[in-house]
Write a protein that binds this ligand. Sequence first.
Ligand code: PGD
Length: 778
Amino acid sequence: MDDTPFRYHSSHWGAFRARRQGARLEITPLEQDPDPSPILQNFATVLDHPARLRQPLVRQGWLQDGPGPDPRRGSDRYVPIDWDRALDLAAAELARQGAGPELPARGPLPGAHVFGGSYGWSSAGRFHHAQSQVHRFLNTVFGGYVSSVDTYSSAAGEVIMELVLGNAVRMSRDHDCWAGIEQHADLVLAFGGLPLRPMQIASGGNSFHTARGHMERAAARGCRFVSISPLDDDLPDLPGAERIRPRPATDVALMLGMAWQLQAEGLVNRDYLARYTSGYERFLPYLTGAEDGTPKTPDWAEAITGVPAATIRDLARRAAAGRTHVTATYSLQRAENGEQPIWMALVLAAMLGQWTAPGGGFSYSLGSMGSTGKPPLALPLPTLPQGRNRVPDFIPVARIADLLLHPGQAYTYKGETRSYADIRLVYWAGGNPFHHHQDLQRLSRAFARPDTIIVHDSVGTATAAHADLVFPSTLTLERSDIGAASHDPLLIPMQQLAEPLAGTRDDFAIFSALAARLGCETPYTEGLDAAGWQARLYRRTQEALARMDLPAPEFAAFMAGDPIALPVQEGGARMARFHADPEAAGLATETGRIEIWSDRVARAGLPGHPCWLPPREWLGSDLARRFPFQLVANQPRGKLHSQLDFGPTSMAGKRDGRDCARMNAADAARLGLAAGDTVLLRNDRGGALVALQPSEAVMPGVIQLSTGAWYAPRRLTPPGEDAEITVCVNGNPNILTADIAASGLSQGCIGQLSLVAVTRWTGPVPPVVPHAEILPRG
Ligand code: PGD
C-alpha cells in the first residue's frame, strides 16, 4: 500500500487527520478539539484486519436449498463467490419478492413483506450513510418497506417526552444548557450521572469534546455536581463532586421522595406550575398518599432506593435553595417502565421552577450524547433524499424479534393497537442487531423465519453470520464524503485515506449494481456517481453559507481544503419562546403546557402521572433470590457499540481477548473472586463469560458489563452441572438481557438492566472466538 500525506476525516467519535503508513493509519485528532476521544485510535489497524470481509459470501444452506425459513442461520458455513454471481443471486431473489420497475400504482406493494428498518449507526458521512442508502434503494425497487421508528438509545424517553413536553427531544436537545450550567448553575442533579464515556460520541460527528471543560469550569466556580448512579465513574472527578448510589431502576422513587419533601416544606414553585404546567393537582394525591395510602416520603424512598432519607431530604432542600439543573440520561429509560424516571425528572424540575433562568431547569440526555446541550446549527446540512416509502407499516424499533416471530400478532404503541406484518425478506446495512438487540438467542430464532436475509458490512459480524447473502462494504476510511452533524459547528471534507480493500465496494455501488439488474438504475442513481451526488448534496449548504455572507467554496475546493466553520442558532430556541409567552408559544401537548398529568398516557393504559412502577428484574424483586446481581449493560468506553471491537483501544480494555465485567470489590471478596478470574454471568436466558475486575467504583449488588463484544454463542456445560447452556464466550451482555418492552406505550428497548447470578468458571476456560472467525468462511 502507498503511504499518503495527512488528510481530514470524521467519525461519530470525532474529526481527525490521518496518514497511511503501510497497512497502519497514523491518527491525530483535530488541534482545536479540547478533549479528543481515544476511540479514534481504533482506526489505526483496521484497514487490512482479518475481520474484514474480502469477497461476497453466500450461506451454504441457502445456496443449496434456495430461499425459505431456515434454523441453520447462525451456525451454517459461507461460500465465497464473485461479485457478478452474488449480485445476480441477490437481484433474482429481490425480483422474486416483487422488486422491479413495474410496481402497482395502488393496492398492496411487495415492500409490505420487506423489513428495511435496518437500524444502526453505520459510519459518519452524509452520502455514504448506509441506512439512508438502503432506504433509498428499497423505496426505489419495492416502492417502500416496513420501517422502524424511534431508537434503541431513547425510545421510552422520547415517547413520553413527546406526549408530555411536545416535540420535546428536539426542544431539550436544542436547549443550549452547557453554557448556562457553566456560568449560572449552583447544583446539577445528574440522574444517570454525566459520564464522559457516551459523551465522546455524537451521531454524525463530534468535532469538539467540550463536556469535561464545561463541568470543570462550573465546578471551579462552585457549582456542585451530584451524580446519581450505581457507577461512581459516571461523573468525572470534579472538585466537590458528590455521588449517590440508588439501587438500579429506582431513581423515580428517589425523585418522588424529593418531590414529597418540596411539597411538605412549601418549597414548590407554584408560580411556575401555574403558568407553565398542567395537572399538578391530579399528581398531588399520589405524592401525598391521599390516593393510595402511601405518602412518597423520603423514608418510603429509602426503603426502595437504599439511599438514606436524610440524604434525600437534604438534596430536596439544596435543590430549592439555589439555581438547580435536573438532567436524566438515556440509561435510566432503557429499562422496564423507563418512561417514568424521565417524566418524573421533568416534573421535579417543574416543581423547582427554575427553567426560566439560565443554568436552571431540565435537560434530557445531557450525559448521553456529545451533541446535547450544544446549540443547533443555523443552516441546513447536506442530506441524501431517501425517496418516498409508500408502505405505511412500521415497528417500534426494538420489536424486531416479535415482528419476525409473530406475523399478524397485535401490539400497542402510543395508545394505538397495531399488528405485525408478514416479513419474507430482511435487508440490513449499517447496523448490527446481534450486537444491539436483547435476548440474542431469541433473535436467532427470529432470524430463522424469513425467506432471505441480505446484509452489507465491512466486517464479519454475528449479524452477517445470520444472513444468506453478505456483501463486503468499504470502510469510511476508503471513500470520500462530507462530514456534518446537527449540533457540530464544522463541515468536514472526509478525504479518502486508503484505496478500498480488494474485493469490497461502497454500499452505493452495491445498490447501484442491484438497481441496474432490476431495471431501476436511473431512478436510484439519477445518473450520478458518488462524487456527483456529494457535489449535489453540498450545494444546499453552500448556498445557505453564501446567503449568510460566509465563506462558501466550490465543492472541489471544499473537498481539498480545511473544515469550514458553520454558524449556530442563538437564543435557546423553543423552550425560551414558551417561557417568554406560554399562550402564544404553547407546547405541542394536548394542553399546550408541560403535562404533569397526561390524558394521552392514561388512555394508553398507564397511570396518567409519573409514578413508581417496579420492574420485573430489580434487586427488590423475588427473582433476585435466584439471580442476586443487577447487570448494568451500558455503553462501552473503548469503542462505539460493537464497531471496531478489534481495534487497539477496544482490545486494550479486554483481558486475553475477553470483555471485562466490574463488580464491587467487597462482593468479589465475598464470592472468593479475584481480578482476572473468568466468571460466568447467567440467568434463564443464557450465559456470558467475562474476565472479572473488582472495583470500588461499582455499588454492591451490581455487575457492570458494557455492550460491544461480538456475539459468539457456544453450548457449554458449566462446571459442576450436567446440562449444557448457551454461553457467549466473548462476553456479549445481550445474551442475558430481556426482550420485553419498556411498556406498551413506547415499546422501547430495556437492555440496560437485568438480573444475573455470578459464579467462577473453574477448570479449563473456553477460548474466545477471534473476530475473524465469528462468520465461518471458506
Ligand atoms: P453498531 O456496532 O454501531 O451498533 O446498535 P448498532 O447496530 O448501531 O453497528 C453498526 C454496524 O454498521 C457495524 O457492524 C459496522 O461495521 C457497520 N458499518 C459501519 N459503517 C458501515 C458502512 O459504511 N456500510 C455498512 N454496510 N456497514 C457499516 C447500537 C444500539 O445498541 C444502540 S444505538 C443503543 S443506544 C443500544 N445500547 C444498548 C445498551 O446500552 N445496552 C444493551 N444491553 N443493549 C444496547 N443495544 C443498543
